[in-house]
Design a protein around this ligand. Structure first.
Ligand code: COA
Length: 330
């Protein structure tokens, strides 16, 4: 029988070694541990140092996911790297392919900000469902510390660096039970890491824009409002496609943006707190990495077991948001 279903069979994660706690941030901006903890739930975050890069942490997470899945790098057909902070604007997935020795794999980056992992999950699933590929390595990784304005207390308290990875494999039964993806570009201006052009005249009459990317800008209130409204809706839609009800969810893994967002979404959906996975106190918002990082920790801790039903949702810049319902393991 042809295997056209999708199973998510292994996970791995990696974070930089350096940790910066809220107290440390008070040396940079006018803030306090108490303010950050009560408004966001974040206590500390990891920051990539001089000898760390997206490639190094994403490769480490990938090796662990490959081992957990019981495959080898040579088995991988496709590597998808969800990131907004590549080491190279031409992409970082190819560098990871080389590091892993995944010689058969085609590799490319995918950018959908904090929704990147969920968008990547659905993208990977399409290649498997069409029978094109059997083993896909999906990585969510970001080093937002490169692009944070460390003088802006409205944003610098939120973000951290990390990487998480999963292996998706062709399977007789389909464990990706439902999904829904959304974009609203009219709200793009609420969260940006924008390129700012500066005109350079090459020869008379021929101008090019040689600029730089600018630090992250955000309208926190609008992003908060968007998340608590849209995330429950999109999870409901994904559940509908999966033909499941809320009480059949074993675990809710939301993009780890803010504990108040996690609480509000769970409350709106009537999901009890003990089913909500949260590790943002330790890592802050790691963008595309946050969902696979939280997933992998819960798997390592023995919380998530094969057969458990997981509802996950990513949301963020774009604005983009999406949800997927899947059953863990083969
Ligand atoms: N430390 C201390 N005070 C701070 C502060 C900080 N780090 N940041 C802002 N403040 C101050 C503000 O200046 C304001 O002071 P004022 O009342 O004197 O004007 C007050 O605290 C309240 O600020 P406000 O922006 O209204 O706070 P908030 O409750 O909306 O919380 C966020 C701010 C950023 C924590 C919150 O809006 C949020 O989490 N939004 C979602 C952001 C997000 O998740 N983005 C990523 C999505 S992928």
């Amino acid at each position: 029988m042809e295997k056209l279903g999708v199973a998510i069979i292994g996970s791995g994660s990696a974070v930089p070694t350096t940790s910066l706690d809220n107290q440390g941030l008070t040396q940079l901006v006018d803030t306090s541990d108490e303010w950050i903890a009560t408004r966001t739930g974040i206590k500390e975050r990891r920051l990539a140092g001089a000898d760390e890069s997206l490639k190094t942490i994403a490769t480490m997470a990938s090796f662990k996911a490959i081992a957990a899945a019981g495959i080898t790098a040579a088995d991988i057909d496709l590597i998808l790297l969800a990131t907004s902070t590549p080491d190279d604007l031409f992409g970082t997935a190819c560098q990871i392919q080389a590091e892993l020795g995944a010689t058969k794999a085609v590799a490319f980056d995918l950018t959908a900000a904090c929704s990147g992992f969920v968008f990547g999950l659905v993208t990977a699933a399409q290649y498997i469902r069409t029978g094109v590929y059997q083993n896909v390595l999906l990585i969510g990784g970001d080093i937002l510390s490169r692009w944070v304005d460390w003088q802006d207390r409205g944003t610098c308290i939120l973000f951290g660096d990390g990487a998480g990875a999963v292996i998706l494999q062709a399977n007789e039964s389909d464990r990706l039970l439902g999904f829904e993806l959304k974009t609203d570009g009219t709200q793009n201006h609420y969260l940006n890491l924008a390129y700012k052009a500066s005109t350079d005249e090459l020869i008379p009459g021929v101008k090019v824009n040689k600029g730089n990317f600018q630090p992250i800008t955000m309208n926190g209130k609008e992003v908060y409002r968007f998340a608590v409204q849209r995330v429950p809706e999109v999870i409901d839609k994904a559940l509908f496609h999966a033909n499941l009800s809320v009480d059949q969810i074993d675990w809710l893994i939301l993009h780890q943006a803010n504990q108040r967002i996690l609480d509000a979404v769970a409350q709106r959906l009537n999901i009890p707190a003990h089913k909500v996975i949260s590790n943002l106190a330790e890592y802050g918002n790691t963008s595309a990495a946050s969902i696979p990082l939280a997933l992998d920790e819960a798997v390592q801790q023995g919380k998530i077991k094969p057969g458990d039903i997981i509802a996950t949702s990513g949301f963020g810049a774009g604005l983009t948001w999406g949800a997927a319902i899947f059953q863990w393991g083969r």
